[in-house]
Write a protein that binds this ligand. Structure first.
Ligand code: ADP
Length: 626
Protein backbone atom coordinates (compact mmCIF):
# COMPACT_ATOMS: atom_id res chain seq x y z
CA UNK A 1 0.00 0.00 0.00
CA UNK A 2 1.28 3.44 -0.92
CA UNK A 3 2.41 5.59 1.95
CA UNK A 4 1.06 9.09 2.21
CA UNK A 5 3.34 11.89 3.20
CA UNK A 6 2.66 14.24 6.04
CA UNK A 7 2.08 17.83 5.07
CA UNK A 8 5.45 19.54 4.73
CA UNK A 9 5.25 21.60 7.87
CA UNK A 10 3.99 18.65 9.89
CA UNK A 11 6.88 16.55 8.74
CA UNK A 12 9.40 19.10 9.80
CA UNK A 13 7.88 19.50 13.25
CA UNK A 14 7.60 15.79 13.65
CA UNK A 15 11.26 15.22 12.89
CA UNK A 16 12.29 17.89 15.32
CA UNK A 17 10.13 16.45 17.99
CA UNK A 18 11.36 12.94 17.60
CA UNK A 19 14.91 14.15 17.78
CA UNK A 20 14.49 16.80 20.41
CA UNK A 21 15.93 16.20 23.82
CA UNK A 22 12.61 16.80 25.41
CA UNK A 23 12.82 16.09 29.07
CA UNK A 24 9.21 15.43 29.83
CA UNK A 25 8.51 12.58 27.48
CA UNK A 26 5.95 11.27 29.94
CA UNK A 27 3.48 13.93 28.88
CA UNK A 28 2.70 11.89 25.77
CA UNK A 29 0.26 9.95 27.93
CA UNK A 30 -1.47 13.08 29.14
CA UNK A 31 -1.90 14.20 25.53
CA UNK A 32 -3.44 10.90 24.44
CA UNK A 33 -5.70 10.68 27.49
CA UNK A 34 -6.90 14.25 26.96
CA UNK A 35 -7.79 13.40 23.38
CA UNK A 36 -9.62 10.30 24.56
CA UNK A 37 -11.51 12.31 27.15
CA UNK A 38 -12.47 14.95 24.57
CA UNK A 39 -13.74 12.20 22.29
CA UNK A 40 -15.88 10.78 25.10
CA UNK A 41 -17.16 14.27 25.92
CA UNK A 42 -18.43 14.47 22.37
CA UNK A 43 -20.29 11.18 22.35
CA UNK A 44 -21.61 11.80 25.86
CA UNK A 45 -23.05 15.10 24.79
CA UNK A 46 -24.57 13.55 21.66
CA UNK A 47 -26.19 10.80 23.70
CA UNK A 48 -27.67 13.31 26.11
CA UNK A 49 -29.14 15.50 23.43
CA UNK A 50 -30.19 12.90 20.86
CA UNK A 51 -33.05 10.63 21.89
CA UNK A 52 -32.12 8.05 19.29
CA UNK A 53 -28.89 7.34 21.14
CA UNK A 54 -28.61 5.77 24.52
CA UNK A 55 -25.62 4.43 26.37
CA UNK A 56 -25.26 3.45 29.97
CA UNK A 57 -22.76 5.18 32.16
CA UNK A 58 -20.45 2.17 32.22
CA UNK A 59 -19.82 2.56 28.53
CA UNK A 60 -17.67 5.66 28.95
CA UNK A 61 -14.11 4.86 29.89
CA UNK A 62 -10.46 4.97 28.94
CA UNK A 63 -8.23 1.97 29.27
CA UNK A 64 -4.45 1.80 29.42
CA UNK A 65 -2.82 -1.56 28.70
CA UNK A 66 0.94 -2.07 28.81
CA UNK A 67 2.43 -5.29 27.47
CA UNK A 68 6.10 -5.91 28.08
CA UNK A 69 6.26 -8.95 25.86
CA UNK A 70 5.17 -7.19 22.71
CA UNK A 71 6.63 -3.87 23.94
CA UNK A 72 3.34 -2.13 23.28
CA UNK A 73 1.20 0.32 25.15
CA UNK A 74 -2.48 0.51 24.26
CA UNK A 75 -4.79 3.40 24.99
CA UNK A 76 -8.42 2.60 24.34
CA UNK A 77 -11.35 4.97 24.52
CA UNK A 78 -15.07 4.64 23.98
CA UNK A 79 -15.32 8.11 22.49
CA UNK A 80 -16.87 9.31 19.30
CA UNK A 81 -14.21 7.77 17.05
CA UNK A 82 -12.90 9.00 13.72
CA UNK A 83 -13.98 8.31 10.17
CA UNK A 84 -11.45 7.60 7.45
CA UNK A 85 -11.45 11.27 6.47
CA UNK A 86 -11.04 12.38 10.05
CA UNK A 87 -8.09 10.06 10.55
CA UNK A 88 -6.55 11.56 7.49
CA UNK A 89 -7.27 15.17 8.33
CA UNK A 90 -6.72 15.10 12.06
CA UNK A 91 -3.65 12.93 12.17
CA UNK A 92 -2.07 13.97 8.88
CA UNK A 93 -1.51 17.54 10.00
CA UNK A 94 0.48 18.40 13.00
CA UNK A 95 0.01 21.46 15.21
CA UNK A 96 -1.85 24.53 14.20
CA UNK A 97 -1.05 25.68 10.73
CA UNK A 98 1.39 28.53 10.60
CA UNK A 99 2.82 27.82 14.00
CA UNK A 100 6.14 26.87 12.54
CA UNK A 101 6.36 29.86 10.28
CA UNK A 102 5.87 31.94 13.36
CA UNK A 103 9.12 30.81 14.90
CA UNK A 104 12.49 31.85 13.63
CA UNK A 105 14.65 29.10 12.19
CA UNK A 106 17.29 29.64 14.85
CA UNK A 107 14.87 29.05 17.65
CA UNK A 108 13.94 25.70 16.21
CA UNK A 109 17.35 24.11 16.69
CA UNK A 110 17.92 21.11 18.90
CA UNK A 111 16.32 20.75 22.23
CA UNK A 112 13.74 23.25 21.32
CA UNK A 113 10.68 22.71 23.40
CA UNK A 114 8.12 22.20 20.71
CA UNK A 115 5.47 20.75 22.93
CA UNK A 116 5.98 23.65 25.26
CA UNK A 117 5.35 26.03 22.41
CA UNK A 118 2.55 24.54 20.39
CA UNK A 119 1.34 21.46 22.20
CA UNK A 120 1.57 18.97 19.45
CA UNK A 121 -0.93 16.65 21.08
CA UNK A 122 -1.22 13.32 19.41
CA UNK A 123 2.24 13.51 17.88
CA UNK A 124 3.82 13.42 21.30
CA UNK A 125 3.34 9.66 20.94
CA UNK A 126 6.34 9.58 18.63
CA UNK A 127 8.60 10.68 21.45
CA UNK A 128 8.27 7.23 22.97
CA UNK A 129 7.10 5.03 20.09
CA UNK A 130 8.64 3.87 16.81
CA UNK A 131 5.31 2.98 15.31
CA UNK A 132 1.86 4.32 16.19
CA UNK A 133 -1.30 2.53 15.10
CA UNK A 134 -4.71 4.12 15.49
CA UNK A 135 -7.76 1.98 14.88
CA UNK A 136 -11.02 3.84 15.05
CA UNK A 137 -14.71 3.45 14.39
CA UNK A 138 -16.76 6.61 14.29
CA UNK A 139 -20.25 7.01 15.70
CA UNK A 140 -22.74 6.35 12.92
CA UNK A 141 -20.37 4.54 10.63
CA UNK A 142 -20.22 0.86 9.75
CA UNK A 143 -16.55 0.52 8.93
CA UNK A 144 -13.48 0.91 11.02
CA UNK A 145 -10.11 2.13 9.74
CA UNK A 146 -6.54 1.73 10.76
CA UNK A 147 -4.02 4.56 10.52
CA UNK A 148 -0.41 3.63 10.96
CA UNK A 149 2.81 5.58 10.93
CA UNK A 150 6.44 5.27 11.88
CA UNK A 151 6.72 9.02 11.99
CA UNK A 152 9.24 10.00 9.42
CA UNK A 153 8.08 8.06 6.40
CA UNK A 154 4.45 9.12 6.35
CA UNK A 155 1.40 7.02 7.11
CA UNK A 156 -1.01 4.44 5.70
CA UNK A 157 -4.77 4.07 6.10
CA UNK A 158 -6.64 0.84 5.50
CA UNK A 159 -9.94 -0.79 6.48
CA UNK A 160 -9.85 -2.64 9.78
CA UNK A 161 -11.93 -4.75 12.14
CA UNK A 162 -13.36 -3.10 15.22
CA UNK A 163 -16.64 -3.91 16.90
CA UNK A 164 -17.32 -1.00 19.17
CA UNK A 165 -17.33 2.71 18.54
CA UNK A 166 -14.22 4.47 19.71
CA UNK A 167 -10.50 4.55 19.23
CA UNK A 168 -7.65 2.24 20.06
CA UNK A 169 -4.11 3.53 19.90
CA UNK A 170 -1.17 1.13 19.99
CA UNK A 171 2.29 2.47 20.64
CA UNK A 172 5.26 0.31 19.79
CA UNK A 173 7.55 1.55 22.54
CA UNK A 174 11.12 2.39 21.48
CA UNK A 175 14.07 0.27 22.50
CA UNK A 176 16.26 1.70 25.25
CA UNK A 177 19.45 3.39 24.19
CA UNK A 178 22.46 4.82 25.99
CA UNK A 179 20.71 8.02 26.93
CA UNK A 180 17.12 7.02 27.31
CA UNK A 181 15.18 4.40 29.14
CA UNK A 182 11.86 3.69 27.49
CA UNK A 183 11.02 0.55 29.50
CA UNK A 184 9.49 2.75 32.15
CA UNK A 185 6.54 3.42 29.86
CA UNK A 186 5.63 -0.26 30.11
CA UNK A 187 5.77 -0.36 33.89
CA UNK A 188 2.45 -0.37 35.71
CA UNK A 189 3.59 1.69 38.67
CA UNK A 190 5.16 4.32 36.43
CA UNK A 191 2.10 4.61 34.22
CA UNK A 192 -0.10 4.84 37.28
CA UNK A 193 1.90 7.70 38.64
CA UNK A 194 1.90 9.55 35.32
CA UNK A 195 -1.87 9.22 35.11
CA UNK A 196 -2.30 10.39 38.71
CA UNK A 197 -0.02 13.32 38.11
CA UNK A 198 -1.49 14.65 34.89
CA UNK A 199 -4.92 13.15 34.40
CA UNK A 200 -6.41 12.77 37.83
CA UNK A 201 -9.35 15.08 37.12
CA UNK A 202 -10.42 13.43 33.88
CA UNK A 203 -14.13 12.83 34.39
CA UNK A 204 -14.18 9.34 32.95
CA UNK A 205 -12.58 6.33 34.57
CA UNK A 206 -9.06 5.55 33.40
CA UNK A 207 -8.78 1.85 33.92
CA UNK A 208 -5.71 -0.29 34.18
CA UNK A 209 -5.12 -3.90 35.09
CA UNK A 210 -2.87 -3.86 38.08
CA UNK A 211 -1.07 -6.96 39.28
CA UNK A 212 -0.44 -7.61 42.93
CA UNK A 213 0.63 -10.36 45.29
CA UNK A 214 -1.41 -11.51 48.22
CA UNK A 215 -1.27 -14.29 50.79
CA UNK A 216 -2.88 -17.43 49.50
CA UNK A 217 -6.16 -18.15 51.19
CA UNK A 218 -5.80 -20.40 54.16
CA UNK A 219 -2.06 -20.20 54.14
CA UNK A 220 0.33 -18.00 56.08
CA UNK A 221 3.49 -18.10 54.05
CA UNK A 222 2.34 -18.85 50.54
CA UNK A 223 1.57 -16.02 48.12
CA UNK A 224 -0.19 -15.74 44.82
CA UNK A 225 -0.30 -13.18 41.99
CA UNK A 226 -3.56 -11.58 41.12
CA UNK A 227 -4.73 -9.12 38.53
CA UNK A 228 -7.29 -6.52 39.34
CA UNK A 229 -8.83 -3.80 37.27
CA UNK A 230 -8.39 -0.45 38.98
CA UNK A 231 -9.60 3.01 38.27
CA UNK A 232 -6.49 5.15 38.53
CA UNK A 233 -7.91 8.67 38.55
CA UNK A 234 -10.08 10.29 41.18
CA UNK A 235 -12.55 11.54 38.50
CA UNK A 236 -13.79 14.43 40.58
CA UNK A 237 -13.52 17.46 38.32
CA UNK A 238 -11.10 19.93 39.80
CA UNK A 239 -13.65 22.73 39.76
CA UNK A 240 -15.90 20.80 42.12
CA UNK A 241 -13.14 20.40 44.62
CA UNK A 242 -12.55 22.65 47.54
CA UNK A 243 -9.90 25.26 46.97
CA UNK A 244 -8.19 24.24 50.17
CA UNK A 245 -7.68 20.73 48.86
CA UNK A 246 -5.88 21.91 45.76
CA UNK A 247 -2.28 22.86 45.21
CA UNK A 248 -0.77 25.21 42.63
CA UNK A 249 0.50 22.13 40.87
CA UNK A 250 -3.03 20.76 40.54
CA UNK A 251 -4.12 23.93 38.81
CA UNK A 252 -1.07 23.91 36.57
CA UNK A 253 -1.70 20.32 35.59
CA UNK A 254 -5.30 21.05 34.78
CA UNK A 255 -4.19 23.95 32.61
CA UNK A 256 -1.80 21.68 30.73
CA UNK A 257 -4.22 18.77 30.51
CA UNK A 258 -6.87 21.05 29.04
CA UNK A 259 -4.29 22.58 26.71
CA UNK A 260 -5.43 26.03 27.68
CA UNK A 261 -1.89 27.06 26.96
CA UNK A 262 1.54 25.59 26.74
CA UNK A 263 3.14 27.95 29.19
CA UNK A 264 2.80 27.93 32.93
CA UNK A 265 -0.13 30.13 33.94
CA UNK A 266 0.76 33.28 35.86
CA UNK A 267 -2.29 33.08 38.01
CA UNK A 268 -5.36 30.96 38.54
CA UNK A 269 -8.74 32.14 39.72
CA UNK A 270 -11.06 29.57 41.23
CA UNK A 271 -14.62 30.79 41.67
CA UNK A 272 -17.48 28.98 43.36
CA UNK A 273 -20.71 30.89 43.54
CA UNK A 274 -23.79 29.53 45.22
CA UNK A 275 -26.42 32.24 45.23
CA UNK A 276 -29.09 33.35 42.79
CA UNK A 277 -26.86 31.96 40.13
CA UNK A 278 -24.76 28.93 40.81
CA UNK A 279 -21.55 28.20 39.03
CA UNK A 280 -17.97 27.08 39.37
CA UNK A 281 -15.19 28.48 37.28
CA UNK A 282 -11.48 28.05 36.97
CA UNK A 283 -9.80 30.84 35.09
CA UNK A 284 -6.20 31.38 34.19
CA UNK A 285 -4.10 34.36 33.27
CA UNK A 286 -1.46 32.94 30.96
CA UNK A 287 2.11 34.09 31.10
CA UNK A 288 2.99 34.08 27.44
CA UNK A 289 1.17 35.48 24.45
CA UNK A 290 -0.17 32.64 22.30
CA UNK A 291 1.50 32.86 18.91
CA UNK A 292 -1.74 33.73 17.15
CA UNK A 293 -3.08 36.01 19.88
CA UNK A 294 -2.79 39.25 17.96
CA UNK A 295 -4.05 37.71 14.71
CA UNK A 296 -7.46 37.25 13.16
CA UNK A 297 -7.28 33.49 13.78
CA UNK A 298 -7.37 33.86 17.54
CA UNK A 299 -10.68 32.93 19.11
CA UNK A 300 -11.43 34.03 22.63
CA UNK A 301 -13.73 32.14 24.95
CA UNK A 302 -14.12 29.86 27.92
CA UNK A 303 -15.22 26.25 28.00
CA UNK A 304 -18.79 26.02 29.07
CA UNK A 305 -20.23 23.07 30.99
CA UNK A 306 -23.77 22.43 31.98
CA UNK A 307 -23.67 20.46 35.17
CA UNK A 308 -20.44 18.74 34.26
CA UNK A 309 -21.18 18.15 30.58
CA UNK A 310 -19.16 20.13 28.10
CA UNK A 311 -21.57 22.06 25.88
CA UNK A 312 -19.24 24.51 24.20
CA UNK A 313 -15.49 24.69 23.59
CA UNK A 314 -15.18 28.41 23.33
CA UNK A 315 -18.02 30.45 24.66
CA UNK A 316 -17.06 33.93 23.50
CA UNK A 317 -19.91 35.66 25.31
CA UNK A 318 -18.29 35.00 28.65
CA UNK A 319 -15.31 37.24 27.96
CA UNK A 320 -15.08 40.82 26.74
CA UNK A 321 -12.40 41.47 24.14
CA UNK A 322 -10.13 43.25 26.57
CA UNK A 323 -9.86 40.09 28.66
CA UNK A 324 -9.69 37.72 25.71
CA UNK A 325 -6.40 36.32 26.98
CA UNK A 326 -8.15 34.63 29.91
CA UNK A 327 -8.44 30.84 29.59
CA UNK A 328 -10.48 28.38 31.53
CA UNK A 329 -13.92 26.96 32.10
CA UNK A 330 -17.29 27.63 33.63
CA UNK A 331 -19.71 24.99 34.88
CA UNK A 332 -23.25 25.87 35.84
CA UNK A 333 -26.23 23.77 36.80
CA UNK A 334 -28.53 26.53 35.68
CA UNK A 335 -27.78 26.23 31.99
CA UNK A 336 -29.80 24.02 29.73
CA UNK A 337 -27.94 21.25 27.99
CA UNK A 338 -29.74 21.78 24.74
CA UNK A 339 -29.17 25.46 24.51
CA UNK A 340 -28.06 26.70 21.12
CA UNK A 341 -25.33 29.19 20.46
CA UNK A 342 -27.89 31.81 19.45
CA UNK A 343 -30.05 31.32 22.50
CA UNK A 344 -27.03 31.38 24.73
CA UNK A 345 -26.28 34.92 23.68
CA UNK A 346 -29.50 36.08 25.24
CA UNK A 347 -29.35 33.87 28.27
CA UNK A 348 -29.82 35.83 31.46
CA UNK A 349 -27.83 33.42 33.59
CA UNK A 350 -24.93 33.56 31.23
CA UNK A 351 -24.95 37.33 31.26
CA UNK A 352 -24.84 37.36 35.04
CA UNK A 353 -22.02 34.86 35.11
CA UNK A 354 -20.10 36.88 32.57
CA UNK A 355 -20.52 40.08 34.55
CA UNK A 356 -19.42 38.35 37.69
CA UNK A 357 -16.38 36.79 36.09
CA UNK A 358 -15.25 40.06 34.60
CA UNK A 359 -15.36 41.83 37.91
CA UNK A 360 -13.31 39.05 39.37
CA UNK A 361 -10.71 39.19 36.60
CA UNK A 362 -10.33 42.91 37.04
CA UNK A 363 -9.88 42.68 40.77
CA UNK A 364 -7.36 39.86 40.41
CA UNK A 365 -5.34 41.91 37.96
CA UNK A 366 -5.46 44.85 40.31
CA UNK A 367 -4.22 42.79 43.19
CA UNK A 368 -1.48 41.36 41.00
CA UNK A 369 -0.44 44.91 40.16
CA UNK A 370 -0.49 45.93 43.80
CA UNK A 371 1.08 42.91 45.37
CA UNK A 372 3.13 41.14 42.74
CA UNK A 373 4.46 43.92 40.59
CA UNK A 374 7.01 41.81 38.71
CA UNK A 375 4.43 39.24 37.73
CA UNK A 376 2.08 41.97 36.66
CA UNK A 377 4.73 43.49 34.43
CA UNK A 378 5.33 40.07 32.85
CA UNK A 379 1.64 39.81 32.24
CA UNK A 380 1.56 43.33 30.89
CA UNK A 381 4.35 42.64 28.44
CA UNK A 382 2.30 39.80 27.00
CA UNK A 383 -1.16 41.31 27.06
CA UNK A 384 -0.89 45.02 27.78
CA UNK A 385 -1.63 45.85 24.19
CA UNK A 386 -4.96 44.09 24.50
CA UNK A 387 -5.87 46.21 27.52
CA UNK A 388 -5.02 49.36 25.59
CA UNK A 389 -7.17 48.21 22.70
CA UNK A 390 -9.85 47.72 25.29
CA UNK A 391 -9.61 51.36 26.34
CA UNK A 392 -10.02 52.43 22.74
CA UNK A 393 -12.64 49.97 21.52
CA UNK A 394 -16.38 50.52 21.65
CA UNK A 395 -15.82 54.27 21.83
CA UNK A 396 -14.19 54.00 25.20
CA UNK A 397 -17.06 52.17 26.88
CA UNK A 398 -14.63 50.20 29.05
CA UNK A 399 -12.11 52.88 29.77
CA UNK A 400 -13.11 53.22 33.40
CA UNK A 401 -12.49 49.53 33.99
CA UNK A 402 -9.14 49.54 32.28
CA UNK A 403 -7.45 52.88 32.90
CA UNK A 404 -5.85 51.73 36.14
CA UNK A 405 -4.47 48.59 34.55
CA UNK A 406 -2.54 50.15 31.72
CA UNK A 407 1.12 51.17 31.92
CA UNK A 408 3.70 53.00 29.87
CA UNK A 409 7.43 53.32 29.94
CA UNK A 410 8.47 56.66 31.29
CA UNK A 411 11.47 58.94 31.06
CA UNK A 412 12.03 59.06 34.83
CA UNK A 413 13.25 55.58 35.55
CA UNK A 414 12.87 54.01 32.13
CA UNK A 415 10.42 51.62 33.74
CA UNK A 416 6.74 50.86 33.34
CA UNK A 417 4.54 53.20 35.32
CA UNK A 418 0.80 53.36 35.81
CA UNK A 419 -1.11 56.56 35.18
CA UNK A 420 -1.79 56.77 38.87
CA UNK A 421 1.91 56.66 39.64
CA UNK A 422 2.58 59.34 37.06
CA UNK A 423 -0.07 61.70 38.34
CA UNK A 424 0.83 61.18 41.98
CA UNK A 425 4.36 62.42 41.36
CA UNK A 426 3.55 65.28 39.00
CA UNK A 427 5.22 68.54 39.83
CA UNK A 428 3.08 71.07 41.56
CA UNK A 429 3.11 73.51 38.66
CA UNK A 430 2.49 70.71 36.11
CA UNK A 431 -0.73 71.04 34.17
CA UNK A 432 -0.52 68.10 31.82
CA UNK A 433 0.46 64.46 31.53
CA UNK A 434 3.22 64.64 28.90
CA UNK A 435 3.76 61.92 26.37
CA UNK A 436 5.85 61.42 23.27
CA UNK A 437 5.19 59.02 20.41
CA UNK A 438 7.78 57.22 18.35
CA UNK A 439 9.07 53.89 17.12
CA UNK A 440 11.21 53.20 20.15
CA UNK A 441 12.30 54.69 23.43
CA UNK A 442 15.73 55.46 21.96
CA UNK A 443 14.22 57.41 19.10
CA UNK A 444 11.87 59.34 21.30
CA UNK A 445 14.75 60.29 23.57
CA UNK A 446 16.46 61.84 20.57
CA UNK A 447 13.50 63.96 19.55
CA UNK A 448 14.40 67.65 19.80
CA UNK A 449 11.13 68.30 21.58
CA UNK A 450 11.91 65.73 24.31
CA UNK A 451 15.08 67.48 25.32
CA UNK A 452 13.30 70.58 26.49
CA UNK A 453 10.55 68.86 28.46
CA UNK A 454 12.97 66.49 30.20
CA UNK A 455 15.37 69.23 31.08
CA UNK A 456 12.59 71.14 32.72
CA UNK A 457 12.17 68.09 34.93
CA UNK A 458 8.87 66.82 33.66
CA UNK A 459 8.28 63.10 33.27
CA UNK A 460 7.38 61.89 29.78
CA UNK A 461 5.41 58.76 28.96
CA UNK A 462 6.76 56.91 25.94
CA UNK A 463 4.19 55.78 23.45
CA UNK A 464 5.85 53.16 21.28
CA UNK A 465 2.88 51.09 20.18
CA UNK A 466 0.40 52.02 17.49
CA UNK A 467 -2.52 51.84 19.82
CA UNK A 468 -1.12 54.08 22.56
CA UNK A 469 -2.09 57.47 21.28
CA UNK A 470 -5.49 56.30 20.11
CA UNK A 471 -6.22 54.85 23.53
CA UNK A 472 -5.17 58.04 25.25
CA UNK A 473 -7.30 60.15 22.92
CA UNK A 474 -10.23 58.04 24.07
CA UNK A 475 -9.32 58.49 27.71
CA UNK A 476 -8.86 62.27 27.27
CA UNK A 477 -7.99 62.81 30.93
CA UNK A 478 -6.83 60.83 33.91
CA UNK A 479 -7.71 62.13 37.36
CA UNK A 480 -8.71 65.35 35.65
CA UNK A 481 -5.29 65.79 34.09
CA UNK A 482 -5.21 66.22 30.37
CA UNK A 483 -2.75 64.33 28.20
CA UNK A 484 -0.41 66.43 26.11
CA UNK A 485 1.94 65.39 23.35
CA UNK A 486 5.36 67.03 23.61
CA UNK A 487 4.96 67.86 19.91
CA UNK A 488 1.74 69.74 20.32
CA UNK A 489 1.50 73.48 20.01
CA UNK A 490 1.10 74.65 23.55
CA UNK A 491 2.92 72.69 26.22
CA UNK A 492 1.95 74.91 29.10
CA UNK A 493 5.53 75.20 30.33
CA UNK A 494 6.99 77.83 28.08
CA UNK A 495 5.85 80.64 30.35
CA UNK A 496 9.04 80.86 32.31
CA UNK A 497 11.17 81.29 29.22
CA UNK A 498 13.50 84.26 29.07
CA UNK A 499 12.16 87.70 28.34
CA UNK A 500 9.77 87.98 25.45
CA UNK A 501 10.86 89.31 22.10
CA UNK A 502 10.67 92.99 21.29
CA UNK A 503 8.12 94.24 18.82
CA UNK A 504 10.68 94.83 16.11
CA UNK A 505 12.03 91.29 16.53
CA UNK A 506 8.53 89.86 16.26
CA UNK A 507 8.00 91.79 13.07
CA UNK A 508 11.27 90.58 11.63
CA UNK A 509 10.49 86.92 12.35
CA UNK A 510 7.05 87.27 10.92
CA UNK A 511 8.35 88.51 7.60
CA UNK A 512 10.87 85.70 7.27
CA UNK A 513 8.48 83.02 8.42
CA UNK A 514 5.65 84.19 6.19
CA UNK A 515 8.04 83.96 3.32
CA UNK A 516 9.14 80.46 4.31
CA UNK A 517 5.54 79.38 4.76
CA UNK A 518 4.92 80.54 1.19
CA UNK A 519 7.68 78.26 -0.04
CA UNK A 520 6.33 75.24 1.85
CA UNK A 521 2.82 76.12 0.71
CA UNK A 522 0.37 73.35 1.63
CA UNK A 523 2.98 71.27 3.46
CA UNK A 524 2.79 73.18 6.73
CA UNK A 525 0.14 75.25 8.42
CA UNK A 526 2.66 77.63 9.88
CA UNK A 527 6.30 78.45 10.44
CA UNK A 528 7.15 79.97 13.80
CA UNK A 529 9.71 80.55 16.49
CA UNK A 530 10.06 77.55 18.73
CA UNK A 531 9.78 77.84 22.47
CA UNK A 532 10.86 74.26 23.04
CA UNK A 533 14.04 73.77 21.02
CA UNK A 534 17.37 73.83 22.80
CA UNK A 535 20.24 72.45 20.76
CA UNK A 536 18.42 71.52 17.55
CA UNK A 537 17.70 74.06 14.83
CA UNK A 538 14.30 72.75 13.80
CA UNK A 539 11.39 70.47 14.63
CA UNK A 540 7.82 69.74 13.64
CA UNK A 541 4.96 70.43 15.97
CA UNK A 542 1.32 69.63 15.36
CA UNK A 543 -1.96 71.35 15.85
CA UNK A 544 -5.30 69.64 16.12
CA UNK A 545 -6.22 66.04 16.89
CA UNK A 546 -4.03 64.14 14.47
CA UNK A 547 -0.45 63.71 15.58
CA UNK A 548 2.43 62.73 13.37
CA UNK A 549 2.47 59.19 14.81
CA UNK A 550 -1.22 58.86 14.04
CA UNK A 551 -0.59 60.06 10.51
CA UNK A 552 1.97 57.28 10.09
CA UNK A 553 -0.36 54.63 11.46
CA UNK A 554 -3.28 55.78 9.34
CA UNK A 555 -1.07 55.83 6.26
CA UNK A 556 -0.16 52.18 6.84
CA UNK A 557 -3.79 51.09 6.99
CA UNK A 558 -5.29 49.29 4.03
CA UNK A 559 -8.06 51.82 3.47
CA UNK A 560 -5.65 54.72 3.86
CA UNK A 561 -7.60 57.96 3.51
CA UNK A 562 -4.54 60.12 3.29
CA UNK A 563 -5.23 61.86 6.56
CA UNK A 564 -2.47 64.26 7.53
CA UNK A 565 -1.48 65.99 10.73
CA UNK A 566 -1.54 69.78 10.74
CA UNK A 567 2.16 70.45 10.91
CA UNK A 568 3.99 73.51 12.12
CA UNK A 569 7.65 74.04 11.33
CA UNK A 570 9.37 75.39 14.40
CA UNK A 571 12.68 77.21 14.15
CA UNK A 572 15.16 77.70 16.98
CA UNK A 573 15.94 81.40 16.95
CA UNK A 574 18.98 80.86 19.18
CA UNK A 575 20.61 78.52 16.72
CA UNK A 576 23.29 79.69 14.28
CA UNK A 577 21.17 78.43 11.45
CA UNK A 578 18.69 81.17 12.19
CA UNK A 579 21.37 83.76 11.48
CA UNK A 580 21.90 82.19 8.07
CA UNK A 581 18.16 82.36 7.42
CA UNK A 582 18.07 86.05 8.27
CA UNK A 583 21.06 86.71 6.07
CA UNK A 584 19.55 84.83 3.14
CA UNK A 585 16.24 86.65 3.59
CA UNK A 586 18.06 89.95 3.21
CA UNK A 587 20.40 89.09 0.38
CA UNK A 588 19.60 85.89 -1.44
CA UNK A 589 16.04 84.58 -1.72
CA UNK A 590 17.15 81.53 -3.75
CA UNK A 591 19.30 80.52 -0.83
CA UNK A 592 16.39 80.93 1.56
CA UNK A 593 14.29 78.68 -0.68
CA UNK A 594 16.97 76.05 -0.49
CA UNK A 595 17.43 76.34 3.29
CA UNK A 596 13.71 76.21 3.91
CA UNK A 597 13.27 73.01 1.95
CA UNK A 598 16.28 71.46 3.66
CA UNK A 599 15.06 72.33 7.14
CA UNK A 600 11.62 71.00 6.41
CA UNK A 601 13.00 67.73 5.11
CA UNK A 602 15.28 67.41 8.13
CA UNK A 603 12.31 67.87 10.40
CA UNK A 604 10.48 65.11 8.53
CA UNK A 605 13.45 62.77 8.92
CA UNK A 606 13.68 63.41 12.65
CA UNK A 607 10.03 62.45 12.99
CA UNK A 608 10.53 59.31 10.95
CA UNK A 609 8.37 60.54 8.10
CA UNK A 610 9.32 59.90 4.48
CA UNK A 611 10.69 62.77 2.39
CA UNK A 612 8.70 63.32 -0.75
CA UNK A 613 11.66 63.59 -3.10
CA UNK A 614 14.87 62.07 -1.68
CA UNK A 615 16.84 62.74 -4.85
CA UNK A 616 16.04 66.41 -4.73
CA UNK A 617 16.97 66.43 -1.06
CA UNK A 618 20.42 64.95 -1.67
CA UNK A 619 20.95 67.33 -4.58
CA UNK A 620 20.07 70.20 -2.29
CA UNK A 621 22.65 69.06 0.23
CA UNK A 622 25.24 68.88 -2.53
CA UNK A 623 24.41 72.42 -3.52
CA UNK A 624 25.44 73.76 -0.12
CA UNK A 625 28.57 71.63 -0.12
CA UNK A 626 30.03 73.09 -3.31
P1 ADP B 1 -5.63 18.74 19.37
O1 ADP B 1 -6.20 17.73 20.31
O2 ADP B 1 -4.86 19.81 20.04
O3 ADP B 1 -6.61 19.26 18.37
P2 ADP B 1 -4.20 16.45 18.36
O4 ADP B 1 -3.08 16.33 17.38
O5 ADP B 1 -3.95 15.82 19.69
O6 ADP B 1 -4.50 17.98 18.49
O7 ADP B 1 -5.48 15.79 17.74
C1 ADP B 1 -5.97 16.21 16.52
C2 ADP B 1 -7.41 15.86 16.38
O8 ADP B 1 -7.56 14.44 16.21
C3 ADP B 1 -8.27 16.17 17.59
O9 ADP B 1 -8.69 17.50 17.57
C4 ADP B 1 -9.43 15.18 17.42
O10 ADP B 1 -10.38 15.71 16.52
C5 ADP B 1 -8.77 14.00 16.78
N1 ADP B 1 -8.47 12.94 17.75
C6 ADP B 1 -7.30 12.70 18.37
N2 ADP B 1 -7.39 11.66 19.21
C7 ADP B 1 -8.67 11.22 19.14
C8 ADP B 1 -9.42 10.16 19.79
N3 ADP B 1 -8.86 9.35 20.69
N4 ADP B 1 -10.71 10.03 19.43
C9 ADP B 1 -11.30 10.84 18.52
N5 ADP B 1 -10.66 11.86 17.90
C10 ADP B 1 -9.36 12.05 18.21
Amino acid sequence: MAKKQFKAESKRLLEMMINSIYTHREVFLRELISNASDAIDKIYYKALTDDALSFDKESYFIQVIPDKETRTLKIIDTGIGMTKEELENNLGTIAKSGSLAFKKETELKDGYDIIGQFGVGFYAAFMVADVVTVTSKALGSEEAYKWESDGAEGYTIEPAEKNSIGTEIVLKIKENNEDENYDEFLEEYRLKSIIKKYSDFIRYPIKMDVTGRRPKEGSENEFEDYVEEQIINSMVPIWRKNKSELTDEDYENFYAEKRYGFDKPLKHIHISVDGTIRYNAILYIPEKTPFDFYSKEFEKGLELYSNGVLIMDKCADLLPDHFSFVKGMVDSEDLSLNISREMLQHDRQLKLISKNINKKIKSELQSLLRNEREKYEDFYKSFGRQLKYGVYNEFGANKEVLQDLIMFHSSKEKKLVTLDEYVSRMREDQKYIYYASGDSIERIDKLPQAEFVSEKGYEILYFTEDIDEFAIKMLMTYKEKEFKSISSGDLGIEGDESKSDSESEEKEYKEIFDYMKGILADKVKDVRVSKRLKSHPVCLATEGDISIEMEKILAAMPDNQNIKADKVLEINKNHEVFESLKEAFENDKDKLDLYTKLLYNQALLIEGLPIQDPVEFTNDICKIMV
